[in-house]
Design a protein around this ligand. Structure first.
Ligand SMILES: Cc1cc2nc3c(=O)[nH]c(=O)nc-3n(C[C@H](O)[C@H](O)[C@H](O)COP(=O)(O)OP(=O)(O)OC[C@H]3O[C@@H](n4cnc5c(N)ncnc54)[C@H](O)[C@@H]3O)c2cc1C
Length: 360
């Protein structure tokens, strides 16, 4: 009987889609020793490249169920992966803490209750006289901002992460193929993935990590999965007000559902709205800056220096994300309409276990 290691080494796994989910799966599976081919027609223009990289795990208020389990697992796995990946890029880091703010009294009461009931040393209510609240009130010309600080959550630079994964996967000799898969089928116990250029790639397993397009590939295999597109948007705004120093604000925070990342004294990034559409509307700027009753002048008069968006996939009739073993040798990881960066380690751990069970 062949050893487990030999089984892994002779197994070929095709990963369709090279966003954060595809790349992270490749990272974890490559540690098993399998041969891997990752296929994507355009790995630079996907939602992973658009992500702001916030890791909102520990501040998640529903502390039970699958969604919390995946978050909890990811928060624990991230520091280990960062340590591992720093060998390939020492700049990769998780910038902590993360701050969540609200001007809504009811929402703040819920936050207080959540912190009181959980008694988690890594979560604290921000006191009115904390430097964060003082500086935010000053910059946004408000008095009624309240919130919490999470010392375990933070932000990872998504582009740096993707580049580091590329470097690592190259080092592990993961085969990177530029192409679009238009069909998958099973023949003689092997999976055959066909590219638009009629190339057939044989493998023992296929992992679908191609977000919305995954359903096109399983249509003929009679699996009932429905996804809808969700637009995520972000913009970099340059301000022109000598009185305001954006670097006096926390490094990453969320106010009334908007994620904000100050980049320099006079530049910040704001993201993201969720719209069930695939094209941004005309009034994106107004929508993105509309998170306070009274907007400060510096923000209203700000100029957009960059803007970008990404399309995420959201499951229609089931919870997000979809991580399923569809049939022998076929796994799907899709529907990461939010938090795909955060959840990538929990997803890859699940995939690696499925592979171990299948190839043992
Ligand atoms: C503006 C914005 C901000 C965000 N901020 C955050 C954040 O702060 N924190 C966080 O955790 N998440 C954030 N997200 C969400 C996160 O980006 C997504 O959850 C994540 O990128 C999903 O990754 P994915 O690999 O599933 O999909 P994608 O990154 O979209 O990758 C799918 C890949 O599949 C490829 N593909 C499609 N069809 C085929 C085919 N037939 N053959 C081969 N390849 C194919 C595509 O080319 C693409 O590269 C944000 C998203 C956006 C848009």
């Amino acid at each position: 009987m062949k050893s487990l290691k030999e089984n892994f080494q002779k197994s070929h796994i095709v990963i369709i889609g090279s966003g954060i989910i595809g790349k992270f799966n490749a990272l974890e599976i490559s540690e098993l020793g399998c041969q891997i081919t990752i296929i994507d027609p355009n790995q630079r223009e996907n939602s992973s490249n658009a992500a702001l990289g916030l890791l909102m795990g520990n501040m998640y208020q529903k502390r039970k169920g699958r969604s919390w389990d995946l978050r909890k697992q990811s928060i624990e796995l991230w520091p280990q992966w960062i340590k591992f990946l720093q060998k390939f890029n020492y700049e990769l880091n998780i910038d902590k803490p993360l701050i969540q703010l609200t001007t809504n009294k009811e929402k703040f009461r819920k936050l207080e209750k959540f912190i009181y009931e959980n008694n988690d040393q890594n979560l604290r209510i921000l006191e009115k006289d904390s430097i964060f609240i003082k500086n935010i009130n000053k910059a946004f010309q408000t008095k009624n901002i309240n919130g919490m600080i999470s010392y375990k959550d933070g932000r990872i630079n998504a582009l740096l992460l993707l580049q580091t994964l590329d470097k690592y996967l190259k080092h592990k000799k993961v085969n990177n193929l530029q192409g679009e898969i238009i069909k998958i089928r099973k023949f003689n116990n092997q999976w055959i993935s066909t590219t638009r250029n009629h190339e057939n790639i044989k493998s023992d397993m296929v992992i679908l990590c191609n977000s919305l397009k995954a359903i096109n590939l399983i249509d003929n295999l009679s699996h009932n999965i429905k996804l809808k597109p969700v637009l995520g948007q972000a913009m970099e705004i340059s301000i022109n007000d000598a009185e305001v120093d954006l670097l006096s604000l926390p490094k990453q925070f969320n106010i009334n559902g908007r994620n904000i990342i100050p980049k320099s004294k006079n530049k910040l990034i704001i993201g993201s709205t969720d719209e069930y559409s695939t094209k941004p509307e005309e009034n994106t700027f107004e929508k993105l800056i509309n998170f306070l009753e009274k907007k400060p002048n510096w923000l209203m008069n700000g100029k957009i220096s960059k803007k970008w968006y990404g399309i995420r996939s959201r499951p229609n009739d089931e919870p997000s994300p979809i991580m399923k073993n569809l049939e022998d040798g076929l796994i799907i990881c899709t529907g990461f309409y939010k938090n795909g960066i955060l959840l990538a380690p929990a997803c890859s751990k699940w995939v690696a276990n499925e592979i171990k069970n299948y190839l043992h």
